[in-house]
Design a protein around this ligand. Structure first.
Ligand code: KIV
Ligand code: ZN
Length: 515
């Protein structure tokens, strides 16, 4: 059976899409988890996009152990290629990934060059990049809408100039499996390209990304580019977990497998959701909450008799287990740390102390702590954003006849600041108004969501908010069995996130914001 390489682009194509942006620290955490997952190549970013992207790629490059190759994207020009090369300097194994569009529509309306000029560009800059690495990927953007014979000529030029792997992107998710098959077969039938490793990179605009990737594998593609939970531009990229589990479960058909440790799939997917704050749709294959849930009585009966009646793979094979950690008064820390390790997380000691203290507080309020409770607690801590403002104490009065009011006292950098007291349309509105008064910040609430972390009367409420200041939005997250407190924590977490980001971007306003 062949081994197909998994090229993960969660941190590049995935992160590029709205709502999925990650800080440099979060990207390093995710990259470590992807390495533990067994991704052969991790595309860390696009260094020329911004200094922040350059730093993230450099941070990831020097943080990984060397079992995964770190790739950086570059357009075909010397500046992009130089930046990719420099950002990858600290990596044990690295790849430069260059791309240029090859379809006539891109040539005419985006690049404003003709086919001959494109061939010249490929010749010159692929050779330039090849001077810095012996692992060089060449992508023909919009390959599936390109003239096939011209595409072959471009690939030949790239390989001649030093590309060691060629990529066939279905950039706009237009292809059918048959189209993919035709392209792969044509490349393989070419005398010069018949041995070159082929990669595929499929987008999901028509919901075909996984099917197209798998058809390419069936016809001999050596590498699949994909993202965790299928995140990515517009409708996303091929979902890593779906590609991998198709190959695992239907090895009989594809005659191919991957190096992915499938038991780490759920953990990695959850980490991504925790970092980005975006939940996976419940009915999503493999990683959705309902992917292994059997609701109908007839199905439940069948599964109890023999799981294979209604399951083509076991939940355990993707790492889905419902552990219940019961916290003893003095015995919790070890179990807690083990849980973090299982999640692929290593947090600095001070951060661990804080979360563990939160964990103990929760254990006082809630009898049974499940994995989901721990994940909810961790969500805020993963980003390692300093908690400048913290809740000290509050009183909320909620009424259907009198005003809703909140009086709140916060601590700023550990010291209590004067209370804020305010009314509001509801108790949570009153609390947020009181926080605005106490901090002196003029903020608008752009989004508020609440859901129960688990079932049961003592379930924690998980609140996600987005606040807006000067046309920029900042997300926050809070969790507590008391939904008022969860809301206050979420709002404070958004404020801390905002102050951190403003500080990072060197904004004087951020440094002096508040009292
Ligand atoms: O979709 C695409 O064409 C890309 C390339 C840069 C590989 O993401
Ligand atoms: Zn893409």
């Amino acid at each position: 059976m062949r081994t197909v390489k998994i090229f993960d682009s969660t941190l590049r194509d995935g992160e590029q899409s709205p709502g999925f942006s990650m800080s440099a620290k979060e990207k390093i955490k995710m990259a470590r988890a992807l390495e533990l997952l067994g991704a052969d190549v991790i595309e860390a970013g696009f260094p020329a996009a911004s200094p922040g992207d350059f730093d993230s790629v450099a941070g990831i490059a020097s943080s990984l152990s060397g079992s995964s190759t770190v790739a950086a994207l570059a357009r075909l020009n010397t500046n992009d290629i130089d930046l990719a090369r420099d950002a990858l300097k600290g990596a044990k194994k690295s790849r430069i990934h260059v791309f240029i569009a090859t379809s006539d529509i891109h040539l005419e309306y985006k690049l404003h060059i003709n086919r001959e000029e494109l061939i010249e560009r490929v010749k010159t800059f692929v050779a330039y990049a090849a001077g810095f690495t012996d692992d060089l990927e060449f992508s023909a953007e919009d390959a599936t809408r390109s003239d096939l014979e011209f595409l072959i000529e471009v690939y030949r030029t790239a390989v001649k100039a030093g590309a060691t792997i060629i990529n066939v992107p279905d950039t706009v998710g237009y292809a059918s499996p048959e189209d993919m098959a035709r392209i792969i077969k044509r490349i393989r039938s070419d005398e010069m390209l018949k041995e070159i490793p082929i990669s595929v990179h499929c987008h999901n605009d028509l919901g075909m990304a996984v099917a197209n990737s798998l058809e390419a594998v069936r016809l001999g593609a050596d590498q699949v580019e994909c993202t965790v939970n299928g995140i990515g531009e517009r409708a996303g990229n091929a979902a890593l977990e779906e590609v991998v589990m198709n190959l695992k479960v239907r090895g009989d058909y594809y005659d191919a497998d991957t190096n992915i440790n499938t038991k780490r799939i759920i953990t990695t997917s959850k980490l991504l959701s925790m970092i980005t704050g975006v939940r996976v749709q419940p009915n999503k294959a493999i990683t959705g909450a309902n992917a292994f849930a059997h609701e109908a009585g007839i199905h439940q009966h069948g599964v109890m008799e023999n799981r294979a009646t209604y399951e083509v793979m076991t939940p355990e094979s993707v790492g889905l287990t419902e552990n219940v950690i019961v916290l003893g008064k003095h015995s919790g820390r070890h179990a807690f740390e083990e849980k973090l390790q299982e999640m692929g997380l290593s947090l600095p000691k001070e951060r661990l102390d804080t979360i563990f203290a939160d964990f103990k507080l929760l254990a006082d309020k809630k009898k049974v702590i499940t994995d989901k409770d721990i994940e909810a607690l961790l969500k805020n801590s993963i980003s390692e954003i300093p908690r400048i403002y913290r809740l000290d104490r509050y009183i909320i009065s909620s009424s259907n006849m009198l005003s809703n009011t909140c009086c709140i006292r916060l601590k700023k950098n550990g010291e209590p600041i004067p209370e804020g007291t305010a009314m509001g349309g509801g108790p949570i509105d009153a609390a947020f108004n009181a926080i605005n008064l106490a901090t002196g910040l003029d903020l608008t609430l752009a989004e508020y969501k609440i859901e129960a972390v688990t079932g049961g009367a003592d379930a924690q409420g998980a609140v996600s908010v987005r606040i807006r200041k000067d046309d920029k939005a900042y997300k926050g997250y809070g969790v507590d069995p008391n939904i008022f407190e969860a809301s206050i924590k979420a709002y404070l977490s958004a404020i801390n996130n905002m102050l951190y980001q403003l500080e990072q971007s060197g904004s004087a306003q951020g440094r002096s914001g508040g009292q």
